[in-house]
Ligand binder design. Structure first.
Ligand code: CA
Length: 222
């Protein structure tokens, strides 16, 4: 899952990026409003963390322009004072949630996961596909009750497929949501990971859950 952080406090950005990456998120950052708006309008993020107090163009304007351009990406607003007026204005402009500064990283993480889940129509943090369970909080994966050990990239791909279970996901979409813009992965890297996932999740079971849709991509379903 890919997150965009738009925030001008570089130390805070560094801490958030590091923390989120440790929790299997891919993170891109913008220190300025214009750049942040450009990135948010151009690339497919799974959520945006938006500070309100920014140089040049403030967070409210970014949110307004993002919603006008019909981008329905979930947005969590960081408010400096946590004033009621600010919060209400942010929510009215289409923010999905807000967090008053200073905040605990664990709170941001929990809220971020919650808005992403809601946005994808998934109420529970444990996604089930047949007898496969993916716990988005602990990142534990089980098949038929038995724990499956996955690497970070395998988990990211499985989580993305699970959040969109029953939908065909192209290799490009998987690449876009797992790698940051600065990396240039080989396009067959996804096929390699899918093979690893199949070995770990499907090989010992009659019922296969990861399916290839020729010319289109992959789908996770019963
Ligand atoms: Ca700021």
């Amino acid at each position: 899952m890919k997150i965009l952080i738009i925030e001008d406090e570089k130390d805070l950005v560094r801490i958030l990026k590091k923390g989120l990456e440790e929790h299997s998120f891919t993170v891109e950052t913008a220190y300025e409003g214009e750049e942040g708006l450009y990135l948010a309008e151009t690339f497919p993020y799974d959520a945006v963390v938006l500070d309100l107090m920014l140089p040049e163009i403030d967070g409210f304007s970014i949110l307004e322009r993002l919603r006008k351009s019909k981008k329905d990406v979930p947005v969590i607003v960081l408010t400096a004072k946590g004033g009621v007026e600010e919060r209400v204005r942010g929510l009215n402009l289409g923010a999905d949630d807000y967090i008053p500064k200073p905040f605990d990283f664990s709170e941001l993480l929990a809220r971020l996961r919650a808005v992403i889940r809601r946005h994808k129509g998934e109420a529970s943090p444990v996604i089930e596909v047949s007898d496969l369970e993916i716990d988005m909080n602990s990142h534990r994966v089980r098949r038929a009750g038995r724990e499956v050990q996955l690497t970070a990239n395998e988990y990211k791909i499985l989580e993305y497929l699970a959040l969109h279970k029953g939908r065909v996901i192209s290799r490009t979409e998987l690449l876009e949501h797992i790698y940051d813009i600065n990396s240039d992965p080989d396009s067959n890297v996804i096929d390699v990971y899918i093979n690893y996932l199949r070995r770990k999740i499907d090989r010992d079971h009659d019922k296969k859950l990861i399916h290839t849709v020729r010319g289109a991509g992959y789908i996770l379903k019963e």
